[in-house]
Ligand binder design. Structure first.
Ligand code: GMT
Length: 376
């Protein structure tokens, strides 16, 4: 594969799309491509200095006339600047709004100067399943999808949603999210495990941004059902609008003393390595990167059967899927694993094996093939 100079645009936060983009960019840089991240702050997972990795900050001005800063325009200008200064071969943007639409503007500006810069847009989920339903964004998202030179979706479910919700007829490649198995090859932090579960209770974990779509109250209700039958601890990782609601629900259900809510962590793999079960009862989930990361840590997953989750979690093998909101079934499934050590061990093995299907070395060449198609 020829070595390319690639501009990467993503949300630099801990969200799934930013994590996938950053890890992909780092892996491409390791393979010898030159990667230029164009974001408003350094991507959370970027880590320390690496060969072939560059970061260009999009600086939002504080011009007094603007009540709202036109971030998309500033981003488009930055894309043009970086593309010219570093002779980029292509732009790979993660998340439709505003990244794909800004990229289309940047590409048009460059075209007017005789510079060709193809755009790859990766759709991650909420840009389609939540924002896509909002008439305030729909025409812009449709335009950005239609105008991109290649579009990828992180699951077949998301591809179908995109075709259905936007009425687009174009080709969309499905390229799954991935894991880097080496990140999981480390011992669990026993002192952290003891702090969470001092009497060796099983640890049930949920990791998310605590937005309503994650249905964190179902997490707590499922845990309360488990706790009625056996000692256990619930480890909540992350922060967001519904964190306090989850904690309040735990109080209402009298399980608050068994809930450890630690907030955002830099590396979610650490809590996963001490976990016995992972809960993800979302209302919608295009892929469920956190579920895949749980599997890669050998943790069976109990999740809702929505979006792309069934493409990741094999029901009754490495986890269980249930209808969204069906707390009773999720509780029953969780107990079936927690009360049966042999079954849990079998699911753990199946989880580790399943995660290998999403090894970065299987996924990265799929992106490279798309880049290859678009560059001379
Ligand atoms: O889950 C979130 O709310 C964060 C969101 C994001 O854009 O960062 O995650 C979406 O993209 C991830 C990476 O592709 C997927 O694994 C998540 O399933 C998806 N979230 C939803 O569809 C709700």
């Amino acid at each position: 594969m020829k070595k390319l100079r690639i501009g990467f645009v993503c949300y630099p936060t801990f969200g799934g799309s930013g994590v996938v983009a950053t890890e992909l960019g780092k892996a491409l840089a390791e393979k010898g491509h030159e990667l230029h991240f164009i974001t408003y702050s350094a991507p959370a997972r970027m880590g320390s200095l690496k060969k072939n990795l560059y970061y260009h900050e999009v600086q939002v001005s504080d011009y007094p006339l603007f009540d709202y800063q036109p971030y998309e325009l500033i981003l488009a200008s930055k894309m043009v600047e970086v593309a010219k200064a570093h002779s980029l071969d292509l732009l790979h943007v993660h998340y439709a709004i505003p990244h794909a639409s800004a990229a289309v503007t940047a590409r048009d500006i460059l075209a007017s100067e005789g510079i060709h810069l193809p755009i790859v847009t990766t759709l991650h989920g909420t840009d389609i399943t939540l924002l896509g339903k909002d008439p305030a964004f729909e025409p812009v998202i449709t335009h950005a999808i239609n105008q991109s030179d290649a579009v990828t979706a992180v699951s077949h479910s998301l591809k179908e949603d995109t075709l259905k919700l936007f009425g687009v007829k174009r080709e969309i490649d499905v390229v799954y999210n991935f894991i880097c198995p080496t990140h999981f090859m480390r011992p669990a932090d026993e002192s952290f495990r003891n702090a969470v579960a001092p009497e060796g209770q099983p640890i049930i974990t949920h990791i998310s941004n605590f937005r309503p779509v994650k249905r964190v109250e179902d997490v707590v209700s499922t845990f309360a059902g488990i706790r009625e039958k056996m000692p256990a601890k619930l480890l909540l990782v992350g922060d967001g609008p519904d964190r306090s609601r989850a904690e309040k629900r735990a109080e209402e259900l009298s399980v608050r003393p068994d809930v450890v809510s630690i907030g955002k962590v830099k590396n979610p793999i650490e809590p996963l390595l001490v976990s016995d079960l992972f809960l993800l009862p979302s209302a919608t989930e295009s892929f469920g990167l956190s579920a895949l990361e749980a599997l890669a840590a050998g943790v069976p997953v109990i999740a809702s059967n929505v979006g792309g989750l069934a493409e990741v979690v094999q029901h009754d093998q490495c986890g269980f899927l249930a209808t969204t909101g069906d707390v009773a079934t999720m509780t029953e499934s969780a107990l079936s694993l927690l009360e049966n050590q042999a079954l849990r061990a079998a699911f753990r093995e199946a989880a580790l094996a399943r995660a290998q299907d999403f090894h970065i070395m299987k996924i990265l060449p799929q992106y490279e093939a798309i880049y290859d198609r678009l560059t001379p």
